[in-house]
Write a protein that binds this ligand. Structure first.
Ligand code: NAD
Length: 322
């Protein structure tokens, strides 16, 4: 079967091509993002393979299903970029890769915490400019600091486990608690209110759903400790970015580490700098030196890429075999 792979990334060609070809299928790498404007690129393919910055709306699914689309293979764990109701309605099957490497994202979240706490981003730039001053670089010991983990699925639990290795006090919240898992890793459940009000660092690990959209907003930000550090490696829509900018301006939020951001799909981060499109709100965020932003790379380890490629090829095979 011929499969349209929406990606211009060299690493996708490197890992995905051999995995799909080994199953006897032919991947066609389309150097584009999929959205309502580029639907015609996918016309005629029974299978398409997309990532988090692609978007498959109800309109897209209806249109492509009439042109032969049967299978959508997500190379991601998250699936908020595909209209699943429409897929169901038009008989299009959707598969994702739910657990390619929770370690990759958990380690990255902790990396952001350490970088912000110890001001590594500032130190790096200073030293490169020949400035060895330590002024303004004081951090804090992680020991006994309270880390609040929102969402204790695969990634949230591992993030808490790593932080427990620093002897941090790890509290967590999840509407569906994994009591045994949290206990095994030395974390304890508290109410969302207590987590928000008492944590020094808050790390988001829940999915973007209608119920979690903007869960971090002016009201919840207002309840956090002054100078709190906020980490988001989950989905940008969890945070109301305009409210976050206000909280950064008035000092309520001390530091922010973000691997994901609202309207990410519109910011088509590409290998070449001339294809970077940023919206105004995002550009405002970039003006804060206590904000570290990465381009949705938390998943990006060799192990994760191998697993994503293998699982995607398996998903395609499973679809075809019924
Ligand atoms: P998971 O499904 O294993 O866990 C998600 C947890 O969130 C579940 O335990 C669920 O009960 C909980 N949850 C649901 N609603 C909640 C709410 N209102 N408050 C608190 N918790 C809630 O998912 P995971 O594999 O741990 O991934 C977590 C998120 O990380 C995903 O949603 C995905 O979007 C994101 N992710 C990002 C990257 C990246 O590269 N930045 C990579 C993979 C996954």
């Amino acid at each position: 079967m011929e499969i349209a792979v929406f990606s211009s990334k060299k690493y996708d060609t490197k890992y995905l091509r051999p995995a799909i070809e080994a199953k006897g299928h032919q991947p066609h790498f389309l150097q584009s993002r999929l959205d309502d404007e580029t639907l015609q690129l996918a016309e005629g393919y029974a299978a398409i393979c997309i990532f988090v910055n692609d978007s498959l709306t109800a309109r897209g699914i209806e249109s492509l299903s009439k042109k032969g689309l049967k299978y959508v293979l997500l190379r991601s764990a998250g699936y908020n970029n595909v209209d699943l109701d429409a897929a169901d309605k038009f008989g299009v099957k959707v598969a994702r890769v739910p657990a390619y490497s929770p370690y990759s994202v958990a380690e990255f979240a902790v990396g952001l915490i350490l970088m912000l706490n110890r001001n590594l981003h500032k130190a790096y730039n200073r030293v490169r400019a020949g400035n060895f001053s330590l002024e303004g670089l004081t951090g804090f010991d992680m020991r006994n600091r309270r880390i609040g983990i929102i969402g204790t699925g695969k990634i949230g639990l591992l993030t808490g486990k790593i932080c427990r290795g620093f002897d941090s006090d790890v509290v967590c919240y999840d509407p569906y608690p994994n009591v045994d898992g949290a206990k095994e890793y030395g974390m304890r459940y508290v109410s969302l209110d207590e987590l928000l009000e008492t944590s020094d660092i808050i790390s988001l690990h829940c999915p973007l759903l209608p119920s979690t959209h903007h869960m971090i907003n002016s009201e919840t930000l207002g309840r956090m400790k002054d100078g709190v550090m906020l980490i988001n490696t989950s989905r940008g829509g969890l945070i109301d970015t305009v409210a976050l900018i206000k909280a950064l301006k008035n000092g309520k939020v001390g530091q922010v580490g973000m691997d994901v951001y609202e309207h990410e799909g519109n910011m088509y981060f590409e290998d070449s700098s001339d294809s970077i499109l940023l919206d105004d709100v995002f550009s405002r965020l970039l003006t804060f030196h206590n904000v570290c932003i990465t381009g949705h790379q938390a998943f990006l380890t060799r192990e994760a890429l191998e697993n994503i490629a293998q699982e995607t090829a398996n998903n395609l095979d499973d679809f075809i075999k019924g």
